[in-house]
Design a protein around this ligand. Structure first.
Ligand SMILES: *Cc1c(COP(=O)(O)O)cnc(C)c1O
Length: 395
C-alpha cells in the first residue's frame, strides 16, 4: 500500500462499507424465529417464562455457578447486586471502565473511589488499592477489563482482611476463565452484560451470578418488585426482568458460543502477527493460560515513537471506513458528576490518564474477514511509515 492510496490523500476509502467494533453475533436465525413463534403462540412474554428459566439454567451450567438471575441489562443487574449486598459509603472501583460501573454506585448515592490501573493489563492495580480504603469503605467493585481476570486472588484477600464485599463487573468476560474456573464464580457475585456489542448478546440483557443462596434469593425478589407470590410483596424491588424474546436470543446464541470464540481468536492471531515489531505500537496480549473470548483487539499507541498520536491514527482509519474506537476515554473521573466532585483525581490516576490517551480498539470478530484484517494492518503500517507527511496533511 502506497501513502497516496490512503483515503486522507485520495479521498477514496479503502472499504466501501464501514467496519465497526462490536457488531453483534447472530446465531441460527431459523431456530430463533421458531422460538419467537412459540413465544407468540403461548402468549407468555415475560415474568419468569419458560425461556428465561431455560436460559438461566443453561448459563449456570455453562459457568458452573449455583445461581444465575437474568435481567434486562447489565447496569440494572449491577444496581440490584449493589443494593442486595448493602453497599454504602465508598466503594473502590477503577476509573478505566465503562461509565455504568461508576454510575451504578452513584445511583445508590455511594461514592466511587477511583483506583489506578496496572499499565500492562489495564486492570485495577492491587498494590495501590489498600491505601484507598477508609472507614467509609464497604466494598470493592473490580472489572475484568477486556475479559482478563481482575486480580481475583489479591482482591479476595484484601476484601477478607478489611471485611469488604467483593463484586465483579464481568461485562467483558463471558466465556473467560481464571485458574480453570469460569469467571462468574468469584467474589460475592459477578455481573454480566449481554448487550448487543458484547461477545455474547441477548439484544439487551444481563445477569447476576453467585454461589450464595441468600444473596440469590434477595436479588430474585428485587428484580421483580419484591413479589414472592401473587399479591404478596415482601421487600423493596424494581423491574429488572429479562423478556422471553431476549432469553430466546440468548439460548440460540449459546449454541454458537465456541464457534464465536474460534473466529475471534483467528482475527486476534492475525492482527498480532501483522502488527508485531512496529516501534511504539503494542497489542494487548492475552495470557495463554485460561479460556479467553478474544473479543477486543486493543492497541496502545506511543506517540513519541510512532510519530502519530492515537487520535491522528483514528482519523486516518475513519477516513478508510475502519471505525476503530477509543475506549473508556477520557476515564470516568473526567466525566460528570465525578469530574466536578474529584478535581484532583488525575493526580492519583497517572496510569489511567496515560492509558486512556493511548488505547484504540479495532474491528474484529465476524464483522471482518481475515483479508480485511490484513488490509487494516496495511493501513496502520503505511500510516506510521509516513507519519510526518500525514501529520502535515491533518494539520
Ligand atoms: C457494557 C458494560 C456495562 C453495561 O452493561 P449494559 O448491559 O449495557 O447495561 C457495564 N460495565 C462494563 C465494563 C461494560 O462493558
Amino acid at each position: 500500500m502506497e501513502m497516496s492510496d490512503l483515503a486522507i490523500f485520495s479521498g477514496k476509502p479503502f472499504f466501501d462499507q464501514p467496519l465497526y467494533v462490536g457488531r453483534p453475533v447472530i446465531g441460527d436465525r431459523q431456530r430463533f424465529f421458531e422460538l419467537v413463534n412459540d413465544i407468540l403462540d403461548r402468549k407468555w412474554f415475560t415474568n419468569n417464562g419458560r425461556y428465561v428459566r431455560a436460559f438461566e439454567k443453561e448459563i449456570s451450567e455453562y459457568l458452573g455457578v449455583k445461581h444465575c438471575i437474568a435481567m434486562c441489562n447489565g447496569t440494572v443487574a449491577m444496581e440490584i447486586a449493589i443494593r442486595a449486598l448493602e453497599l454504602q459509603g465508598e466503594v473502590i472501583v477503577p476509573s478505566f471502565t465503562f461509565i455504568a460501573t461508576a454510575h451504578a454506585l452513584q445511583w445508590r448515592q455511594i461514592t466511587p473511589v477511583f483506583c489506578d490501573i496496572d499499565p500492562a493489563t489495564h486492570l485495577l492495580d492491587t498494590n495501590k488499592l489498600e491505601e484507598m480504603i477508609t472507614s467509609r469503605t464497604t466494598g470493592i467493585l473490580g472489572v475484568h477489563i477486556w475479559g482478563q481476570p481482575c486480580g481475583i486472588g489479591e482482591l479476595s484477600k484484601i476484601a477478607a482482611k478489611h471485611h469488604l464485599k467483593l463484586l465483579f463487573d464481568a461485562s467483558h468476560a463471558f466465556g473467560c476463565s481464571s485458574n480453570n474456573k469460569m469467571i462468574g464464580n468469584f467474589g460475592d457475585a459477578e455481573i454480566f452484560s449481554f448487550h448487543a456489542t458484547k461477545y455474547f448478546n441477548t439484544f439487551e440483557g444481563g445477569a447476576v451470578v453467585t454461589n450464595c443462596d441468600d444473596l440469590a434469593r434477595k436479588i430474585r425478589l428485587m428484580k421483580n418488585f419484591g413479589f414472592s407470590g401473587y399479591d404478596h410483596v415482601i421487600s423493596i424491588g424494581t423491574n429488572g426482568k429479562m423478556s422471553e424474546i431476549c432469553a430466546a436470543m440468548g439460548l440460540v446464541n449459546m449454541d454458537g458460543l465456541e464457534n464465536g470464540i474460534a473466529v475471534n481468536r483467528e482475527r486476534y492471531v492475525r492482527y498480532e502477527s501483522e502488527l508485531k515489531n512496529i516501534p511504539g505500537l503494542k497489542i494487548l496480549r492475552y495470557k495463554d493460560s485460561g479460556k479467553h473470548n478474544y473479543q477486543y483487539i486493543v492497541l496502545e499507541i506511543e506517540e513519541a515513537e510512532t510519530g502519530l498520536s492515537r487520535d491522528e491514527l483514528l482519523k486516518v482509519l475513519h477516513a478508510e471506513n475502519i471505525i476503530a474506537r477509543r475506549y473508556f476515554y477520557p476515564g470516568c473521573h473526567r466525566m460528570e458528576p465525578y469530574r466536578s466532585s474529584c478535581t484532583d483525581a488525575p493526580i492519583w490516576l497517572p496510569e489511567t490518564e496515560k492509558v486512556a490517551q493511548r488505547v484504540l480498539v479495532l474491528p474484529s470478530g465476524s464483522a471482518v474477514t481475515q483479508a480485511q484484517v490484513m488490509a487494516i494492518c496495511a493501513v496502520i503500517r503505511t500510516a506510521f511509515d509516513q507519519a510526518s507527511k500525514i501529520r502535515e496533511k491533518l494539520g
